[in-house]
Ligand binder design. Structure first.
Ligand code: ATP
Ligand code: MG
Length: 367
């Protein structure tokens, strides 16, 4: 397995996880255990370590700190295999800050460690909420593209400033101020739109073959940006905001723009939100996530760590088998959880898979 693999993890004060060492192999790692025993927490600890945040919404230090913890600090120690070498990474999290130690020294250079979280429950939110889709798009593109991430931060600051000017509601006094903010606001809007279009086009190239590979069905899937600004340069966007500024002043916020763009998911050319069965939506969404993993590899030439939280309730048993076969063919490291006994039996059939049984946050058996 090339790229980055986690080999060991020890978490102190992280949710309900005990501080025992948990071992992983570079291939497929299955995490078993009844509901509420720490399987998702284990994935979250790996994600926190690699991606520096949680995959759960509105979750930061106060939520992940063990409620019975004596000190307000969390320590996650780990070993990673990066290419052929083993490295240690320890991160101490505090309320406001964190310290990262790589091979015993305070981490200076940024080491690219990434994991991708696959949670089929998100399919529903993805198919029903445009703000969820936007957040999904922004967080995933930020993972691929540092320039995008930094432009997005600047854009969000500029948007807040723009809205604060509009909130004053005085068109004549604030017009010039608005125009001056709009210079960079429109440049950032043009840049973000261009990058979104480019990345979604690339993602679309991966999603149809991925759907066929996992679910053995031939359907054409495509994801596309729904935006007014496609192909517009910053000057044209600036002119648009001059045209809409009186409306924005009246509404006291920026009514149109990149922050309102959406992405549309097409299944054989039809809007998947309107056309697909729930099962098809889940399969399409999972394919989109796996296509993102391929896109990640295309960009960085190695795979991220793939964290898959219980898919058993979302797919029928034929699709379980297809998914397992797919995972076996791939060279990424997988941590996959289930509380479902039948899915566990299927996962147990994978040759050489590593198994971890969790109980009350403890790995009661591993191997
Ligand atoms: N900050 C915290 N401190 C201590 N325990 C916590 C904290 N946050 C959550 N928990 C506990 O973690 C447990 C849930 O763990 P987790 O979500 O990992 O379960 P799971 O094994 O994935 O279950 P399921 O199969 O239902 O998804 C719950 O018992 C919850 O009370
Ligand atoms: Mg869980």
């Amino acid at each position: 397995m090339s790229g980055v693999n986690i080999l060991r993890l020890k978490a102190d004060n992280f949710r309900n996880l005990s501080s025992e060492i948990i071992e992983f192999i570079p291939g497929i790692n299955c995490v078993f255990g009844p509901n509420g025993n720490g399987k998702t927490n284990l994935l979250e600890a790996v994600y926190f370590l690699t991606n520096k945040k949680s995959f759960r919404k509105n979750t930061g230090f106060p939520q992940i700190l063990n409620i019975e913890g004596e000190k307000p600090e969390i320590l996650i120690s780990s070993a990673f295999k990066i290419k052929e070498d083993t490295h240690s990474l320890s991160v101490k999290f505090f309320l406001e800050t964190e310290e990262r130690w790589f091979d015993g020294s305070l981490e200076k250079s940024k080491i690219k460690l990434d994991s991708v979280f696959i949670n089929p429950f998100d399919s529903y939110s993805f198919h029903t909420s445009s703000s969820f889709r936007r957040a999904w798009l922004d967080s995933h593109l930020s993972q691929l593209d540092n320039e995008y991430k930094s432009a997005l931060n600047k854009f969000q600051k500029a948007l807040r400033f723009r809205n604060s000017i509009l909130a004053q509601g005085s068109f004549s006094q604030s017009k010039l101020q608005l125009m001056s903010v709009d210079e960079s606001f429109c440049e950032l809007s043009a840049f973000l739109t261009l990058r979104r279009c480019e990345w979604l086009e690339r993602l679309s190239e991966f999603v149809t073959p991925t759907f066929k590979e996992i679910f053995a069905e031939t359907h054409e899937l495509r994801i596309d940006l729904a935006t007014k600004f496609r192909g517009w340069d910053s000057k044209k966007i600036f002119d648009h905001y001059r045209y809409t500024e009186s409306e924005d002043f009246e509404a006291r916020h920026t009514k149109t723009g990149v922050h309102r763009d959406d992405c549309m998911f097409f299944f054989d050319g039809l809007n998947s939100f309107e056309f697909c069965s729930l099962g098809q939506q889940k399969m399409s969404f999972l394919s989109l996530l796996f296509a993102f993993i391929e896109l990640f590899r295309y960009k960085f030439t190695f795979y991220p760590i793939v964290l898959i939280d219980d898919v058993s309730g979302e797919l029928d048993s034929l699709r379980w088998k297809n998914l397992i076969q797919y995972l076996q063919q791939k060279s990424f490291q997988v941590l996959i959880t289930t509380a479902n006994e039948n899915f566990r039996i299927e996962l147990e059939k994978i040759p050489h898979a590593h198994r971890i049984f969790m109980e009350h946050g403890r790995p009661i058996s591993q191997g």
